[in-house]
Design a binder for this molecule. Structure first.
Ligand SMILES: C[S@@+](CC[C@H](N)C(=O)[O-])C[C@H]1O[C@@H](n2cnc3c(N)ncnc32)[C@H](O)[C@@H]1O
Length: 193
């Protein structure tokens, strides 16, 4: 396992209650102002800390919960709430590719993933491919400044770098939200044309 990658043995950390103050899924959902989304692709889903509450907002929708780690996906399979089992679909993906068809997603979500990526350009290109025209990508990742917890500073990504990467992947309407204390939070749109 690369040193950058989340250690699945620590997956309980992903469900730590402090996260509701720092990176609250409901706050992020509200900020994104999605228009009746039907399909979300959550890349690097972990324990579904976002996939689960986002799915509850979409009673008729589907969340594809994608991850590279078998242990993580197995945990998710075993712990998904019963009532969400047919709405959250765990998907095993590769480092640079998501095995889902193009143009299906209203939102591609990537939380605390960017600093772990071997090839961010490839994953942003996948996000672009997966989105419907007019669909959104959202990136939330640790600020590149000291915080009480989080990954080593050396592997964190600056907000400007995230903006540049989104622009290079052909996303438009790039917006940075300053609403989270320890995280960058960006959204961008796949153009209609
Ligand atoms: C720090 S965890 C964050 C999990 C979740 N997004 C959250 O915020 O609770 C990062 C996750 O991304 C996964 N991951 C790392 N590189 C990946 C890649 N290239 N594609 C998909 N998942 C990846 C790891 O296995 C891990 O589950």
């Amino acid at each position: 396992m690369s040193e950058k990658k989340f250690n699945p043995a620590k997956l309980a950390k992903l469900n730590h209650p402090d996260r509701y103050d720092r990176e609250n899924p409901e706050r992020i959902w509200k900020t994104l102002k999605l228009d009746n989304p039907r399909v979300i692709v959550d890349i690097g889903t972990g324990t579904g800390f976002f996939a689960i509450p986002f799915s509850r907002h979409m009673p008729e929708g589907t969340v594809y919960a994608c991850d590279i780690a078998d242990e993580i996906l197995q945990w998710l399979e075993e712990n998904l709430p019963e009532e969400l089992r047919d709405r959250i679909i765990p998907v095993k993906m590769e480092e640079r590719a998501v095995p889902l068809p193009a143009g299906i997603a209203d939102l591609v979500l990537m939380v605390n993933l960017h600093h772990e990526l071997e090839d961010a350009a490839a994953i942003l290109s996948e996000a672009f491919r997966l989105l419907k025209p007019g669909g959104k990508v959202a990136i939330v990742d640790w600020k590149d400044e000291p915080t009480e917890s989080g990954p080593p500073l050396e592997i964190r990504v600056s907000e400007q770098s995230l903006i540049d990467q989104l622009a290079a992947a052909c996303f438009e309407q790039i917006r940075a939200h300053a609403s989270l204390p320890c995280h960058h939070f960006l959204e961008a749109v796949k153009p209609q044309h």
